[in-house]
Design a protein around this ligand. Sequence first.
Ligand code: BG6
Length: 502
Amino acid sequence: MNDLTLMIFGASGDLTARKLIPALYQLHCNGFLPQKAAIVGVARREKTDDSFRAEMQAAVREFRKNDYTDELWQAFARRLRYAQVDIESDSAAPALRDRIQSIESEEGLSGNRIVYLATAPELFLPSVEALDKAGLVHPMEQAEKLRVVIEKPFGHDLESAQQLSQSLGRILREKQIYRIDHYLGKETVQNLLLFRFGNSIFEPMFNRNHVDHVQITVAESQGIEGGRGGYYDKSGALRDVLQNHVLQLLSLVAMEPPASFSGEYIRNEKLKVLQSLVPGRSGPVSGWAVAGQYAAAAIKGQRVKAYLDEDRIPTDSRRETFVALEARIDNWRWAGVPFYLRTGKRLPQRVTEIAIQFKLPPLNLFSTVECEGTMCDLVEARPNTLVFHIQPRESITLSFSAKRPGMQYQVQPVDMEFDYQQSFDVAMPEAYERLLLDVIRGDSTLFTRSDELEAAWKFCDPILEAWENPDHHPELYAGGTWGPKAAQELLSRSGRHWYVSE
Ligand code: BG6
């Protein structure tokens, strides 16, 4: 794109201030934005260009502390504009048309447009309809001149996701829609594919012959942060994180090698994984999926609220803040291998990890010890485990057994580690930076296709349905713990336990 009009709908929201504008600022500083590019914040509140700039300056100062300078900011701020538009009102289309046309003509922009929908989900479709009515959607033969980025959640179940895709399809082509999952923009997540398909020693091990089970954890220590209660209580942990981020991680870990490293081929392979995803056990949902909700607790001497006492949460809410489940991928490669998935708020630490636990050697010839100082205890033999530490400590560790020095054959588990910070002396780009640049370049590899998303909903729908039942209540867990007891039992019943990195 030689020039660009980038509109952010939902410009008064948290995502714009915390992630989008800081990422665009960084792209500007690194010379990735076209020379001529206007960034237009679109929202309902009354603001001038200058007051919008002042708010965004405060945000960049806070969230890009190390990269902020007044000089760079001034140059970036010239790109920022504001459009006051109430998407739900009749005046939305004319207001949008007048403002965008006048900005484009003042700045000499040719109508290459990116629209980022960072609004509440119920405004996704009305926003696109308003764009259409405003004449800002180009005719089909110029479709490449408009790209629309849609935040999650895309629908709240399979049916609503299909409906949304269909309604958007009346105005946009599929290739104009970029459904964003910011996990795919994380360096460590992109490295999963390189690790698997750019090395020859690991990939032959990624299958049912060698892998005992796989665990994926997306844990957060924070609770429901200010202002998010309204959204979260409609959503819950399953829709907010598992249906998208966790299942995307799963599809990258489990997919077959793509025919070539390009968007459609990779997404075809990810889709097949999601289509093969089935419950870990037959029978009712309660036998393979666990819902939890955090209760009040004292964490490191500090009282933290129960979910039910958080802002904008109904005091009788049955919404889950934690989910753990056992799934299987019913295909040739993974048949019979359990995939344990969990995510939750108010857990002991913020950590995202994928642990692949391999089978034990067929015969245990040695005694395994665990040593602290000079004292060693005999323990059970430890399987090899490969762990992708996605965040916050970005690394990969492989644990294996070594002979403990001494006169006996004693095995001690040890780790081999690759650490991003130590190996690469470069700053890791933020996920949103990478993904916004991909949209500008028109590369949709790291975005979710509608069929992938629908397959993910199809897997989640029966769980959601079971949890809608008025008799269902999430099990309480104290804030600062690893979720309800039932989540531990999900693994312990087959002699396994959750991996927790130290
Ligand atoms: C978002 C969820 O998609 O991901 C949030 O809506 C969650 O609830 C966040 O906190 C986690 O993202 P990250 O990058 O901080 O792991």
